[in-house]
Design a binder for this molecule. Structure first.
Ligand code: G6P
Length: 611
């Protein structure tokens, strides 16, 4: 998704903007641009389609001078990726430059209105209307123009604005799109996300919906939609940039796969105070837990798959019906929210537009809501409040394809299932304690599992030219297979699909033929015989089978698959968390073998802030 940076201070703006943009590049983009105001108040705009390197080349030896500016990486929504559609966009006179993340939903009617006033549009973007609108509303005070513009704009936006008439100021506004403001002595910054600011300051303000900020080198003022000055709080960022850097790994994705043992530990630690039955970390008291009749889980992408895993474990341990929906479907299908229903939104970024909208819908209909989220201060976390947010502590996840965040979301699902099961009396205290012990052992077992990396690299190099892959499993292994198939298609562009192993014969088996690759996950002893029968059906059609299997089930599976990858023995409910590691490494190794841009797959964005 689009990335915004802005700078005002005593340094040259352009290098700061370029560094910030490179830190936001993980968000996914297809063009980039900067606008810098020089000392004479002249606005210099440079933009280039494609990678940031193209913009760097354009700027080489020709960096616009000036100490105030804005920059942008664009992820196309309205109009193809091109130099022309890249941001910043300007008004007719070229004195106002705007960068934008989000979608202006009423851009067509505004465009007609502005054309009627004589504005000439040069791009196909919705953003350009903002530049022209500000120009028509401007009467010497950009803050006032922004406030008026905000009352006319519909949709979502984070905006960064510079204006040649007010060259000592930088302006920004937000509504339903993330924007952080940073400040230190003599310099102020804006950015879509914290990593872009972190080499300059750790003190940030999370702008709220319909707020604007006016930044000067000497400080920042925040105003509400009526122009009233707001008291703002600085949030001190504890983590440092090194946690968002590659640290010797070839790619962020590989680094993040390797960080999973730590992520598992960090997420468990705050929920482990020695007393196995102390659930104060969960904002649900035993009486409420007993009364619960249903849980609805809503999320997108990988987080949705964590929700599917959640359904299996919560239903099993807490004996509560769980419904899981993709957020974009949930919000528009007139959901039924009953009494004593718990709604859970899962989101790594806490900014996903569909998940946020579904959460608001559930709140509006009276559901008790919880969020599972990896980013402190994100919109979803703020909307439900820290007290109702179960943070995953995976640390910053930079690779577009989620790995360690998924791992901690799934762990959180297990912890929640365990807590609810214990509070509802669906689990014996002894069983709850045993499971808790198993969760505590997970980081060490995950570390052990990572040793499988080389084996997967070798395997991927032999199958990297396959065009289709099926992932199959039963129960929790099916939930896992869905995530494995998503991971593979995201990073390696290989067509992949997941099927419940027992469902394959009801249609997709028609696609099996000599040499077709099928990856089976086998971690559930109770379902082993059934899965093995399915594998035989698959092999009888000539498919080539890789089985990811628990060490202690090895004897039964050997001979049934062409390749075996073993994971350490673990409890039935926890083994899938280990099995996900080889599946992630498989997707990663396939992407590397196929020469794909692992960390920034085409067309994808890390945080999807538009519907
Ligand atoms: C995008 C990302 C996915 C992610 C999904 C949900 O599509 O590319 O990797 O799973 O958004 O993101 P969230 O931040 O809400 O977990």
């Amino acid at each position: 998704m689009c990335g915004i940076v802005g700078y005002i201070g005593d340094q040259q703006a352009c290098p700061v903007l370029m560094e910030g943009l490179s830190r936001l590049s993980y968000r996914g983009y297809d063009s980039a641009g900067v606008a810098v105001l020089d000392a004479t108040g002249v606005l210099n705009i440079q933009k280039a389609k494609g990678r940031l390197e193209n913009l760097e080349e354009l700027l080489a030896g020709n960096m616009p001078a000036g100490t105030v500016g804005i920059g942008h990486t664009r992820w196309a929504t309205h109009g193809e990726p091109s130099d022309l559609n890249a941001h910043p966009h300007t008004d007719v006179k070229g004195g106002i430059a705007v960068v934008h993340n989000g979608i202006i939903e009423n851009h067509e009617s505004l465009r007609r209105h502005l054309q009627g006033l004589g504005c000439v549009f040069v791009s196909q973007t919705d953003t350009e209307v903002v530049a022209h609108l500000l120009s028509t509303l401007y009467e010497g005070d950009m803050k006032a123009a922004l406030l008026k513009a905000m009352s006319m704009l519909e949709g979502s936006y984070a905006l960064g604005v510079v204006c040649d008439q007010e060259p000592t100021k930088l302006f920004c506004a937000r509504h339903e799109s993330p924007l952080v403001v940073g400040s230190k002595a003599g310099e102020s910054f804006i950015a879509s996300d914290i990593p872009a600011l972190l080499s300059h300051t750790r003190d940030v303000i999370f702008l709220q919906d319909k707020e604007i900020a006016v930044l000067e080198a000497t400080g920042v003022q925040v105003f509400d939609a009526f122009g009233h000055l707001r008291q703002h709080e600085f949030y001190h960022v504890e983590w440092d940039l090194s946690s968002a850097e590659k640290g010797g790994y070839a790619h962020y994705m590989l680094k993040e796969i390797h960080e999973q043992p730590t992520a598992l530990h960090s997420t468990f630690a705050p929920r482990n105070n020695g007393d196995a039955h102390d659930y104060r970390w969960l904002p649900i008291v035993p009486d409420e837990a007993k009364k619960l009749k249903k849980i609805s889980i809503v999320a997108c992408g990988t987080a949705y798959h964590a929700g599917i895993f959640g359904k299996y474990v919560i239903e099993k341990l807490a004996r509560l019906p769980v419904m899981v929906d993709v957020a974009s479907e949930y919000r528009y299908r007139d959901p039924i929210i009953g009494e004593d229903e718990l709604f859970i939104a899962i989101s790594q970024s806490g900014e996903t537009a569909d998940t946020l909208a579904a959460l608001r819908e559930a709140k509006r209909r009276g559901a008790k809501v919880l969020a599972i989220c990896n980013v402190v201060g994100s919109t979803i976390a703020r909307e439900v409040g820290d007290e109702a947010t179960l943070y995953t502590y995976a640390g910053p996840e930079i690779a577009v394809a989620s790995t360690k965040a998924y791992m901690t979301q799934v762990e959180m699902m297990l912890l929640l299932a365990l807590a609810l099961g214990d509070m509802r009396g669906a689990l014996t205290p002894a069983e709850a304690e045993r499971l808790r012990g198993e969760i505590a052992d997970l980081p060490a077992k995950a570390e052990q599992t990572l040793a499988i990396e080389e084996q997967l690299q070798r395997f991927a190099s032999t199958v990297s030219q396959k065009k289709h892959v099926f992932f199959v499993g039963r129960g929790l292994d099916f939930a896992l297979s869905m995530e494995a198939a998503l991971k593979l298609k995201e990073v390696s562009y290989v067509f992949s699909e997941a099927y419940a192993a027992g469902e394959l014969k009801h249609g997709p088996i028609a696609l099996l033929q000599e040499g077709r690759l099928v990856v089976a996950t086998i971690t559930q002893p109770a379902l082993l015989d059934k899965t093995l029968s399915n594998l035989r059906e698959i092999k009888a059609r000539g498919a080539y089978v890789l089985a990811v299997c628990r060490e202690d089930l090895h004897d039964k599976v050997v001979g049934e698959a062409d390749e075996l990858m073993l994971i350490p023995a673990a409890d039935d409910l926890l083994a899938p968390l280990l099995a996900v590691i080889p599946l992630q490494l498989f997707a990663y190794s396939m992407a590397v073998a196929r020469g794909c841009d692992v960390d920034k797959p085409r067309n994808l964005a890390k945080s999807v802030t538009v519907e």
